[in-house]
Design a protein around this ligand. Structure first.
Ligand code: G1P
Length: 289
């Protein structure tokens, strides 16, 4: 039987250059989507998938995230005195259990693979999830839960994938597939950001992974790949051929909230479902079109 996935790594050290100047003084993960910061969606998704330990790989200037997931006694007292119970509950709901959240710093921007490697001591010898908060997924079943469920069956590595237009393969980790039933694809190769002409497929990794701890061995070699960075995709590629390795076409809609258009679309998609703002927003858009 596959081991339970209890821990998740959130690589959140990135500078957010695509969103400057908004992200000059606040982490990009703190940009709000509708009514909560991006990072909160990622943590809530992990929680809903049964994750018990949340490991943030942060960097300089990312302190706002630690404050966000901590008590705020002064604010709580003020809300209490004003009888704002709804707001108080929203704060209480987002608070992780004491000790269930850990932070470590990636001291230099050496790549996603290096960021994940920084979490190795927290993970130890068990399978774990990786969630890139920039990729927000709106779905019925939390995206990472869909991957965890596949891992429970296969006992192997699983990455969340979707088809992208061929001219965009150079933005993603791309799968080379041996078998594919339309939902689950067995992986025989992985390439980080290949040019469209040489990409083995258009099936791309989005920021959801369930990985076996063996990946740390490969990451520990610190070999540089695409863009001169230590790539998670390269370390994953080295695990192919051992335990099962699959790409799952998850159910749901993915928004790249690290880009302006993805962030705007994500906001609108969530707002359309929110009874408080939906009608007014639709009205506004109709008038503008
Ligand atoms: C990272 C990964 C890439 C993956 C992508 C998903 O790239 O390296 O394999 O497809 O996330 O968003 P980044 O977007 O950090 O350049």
């Amino acid at each position: 039987m596959a081991q339970t996935v209890r821990k998740a790594v959130f690589p959140v050290a990135g500078l957010g250059t695509r969103f400057l100047p908004a992200t000059k003084a606040i982490p990009k993960e703190m940009l709000p989507v509708l009514d909560r910061p991006l990072i909160q969606y990622a943590v809530e998704e992990a929680k809903a998938a049964g994750i018990e330990h949340f490991i943030f790989v942060t960097g300089r200037g990312k302190g706002a995230m630690e404050d966000h997931f901590d008590r705020a006694p002064e604010l709580e007292r003020t809300l209490e005195a004003a009888g704002k119970t709804k707001e108080l509950k929203a704060l209480a709901d987002l608070l992780p259990d004491a000790g269930s959240i850990s932070y470590t710093r990636q001291q230099a921007p050496l790549g996603l693979g290096h960021a994940v490697w920084c979490a190795r001591e927290f993970i130890g010898d068990e399978p774990f999830a990786v969630i890139l908060p920039d990729d927000m997924v709106k779905s019925k079943v939390p995206c990472i839960k869909q991957l965890v469920d596949i891992h429970a069956k296969t006992g192997g590595n699983v990455v969340g994938v979707m088809d992208v237009p061929r001219d965009q393969t150079n933005k993603y980790g791309i799968l080379d597939v041996s078998e594919d039933d339309g939902k689950l694809a067995a992986i025989k190769g992985l390439v980080e950001k290949p040019k469209p002409e040489v990409a083995p497929s258009t099936l791309s990794i989005i920021g959801r992974y369930v990985l076996l701890p063996d990946v740390f061995e490969h990451l520990g070699r610190k070999e540089k790949g695409a863009g001169g960075e230590i790539q998670l995709t390269d370390a994953m590629a080295r695990m192919i051929g051992g335990k099962p390795f699959h790409g799952l076409r998850f159910e749901g809609e993915r928004f790249d909230c690290g880009s302006k258009i993805g962030w705007l679309a994500g906001n609108i998609a969530l707002a359309f479902d929110d009874p408080e703002v939906s009608d007014a927003l639709k009205d506004f858009i109709r008038k503008r079109m």
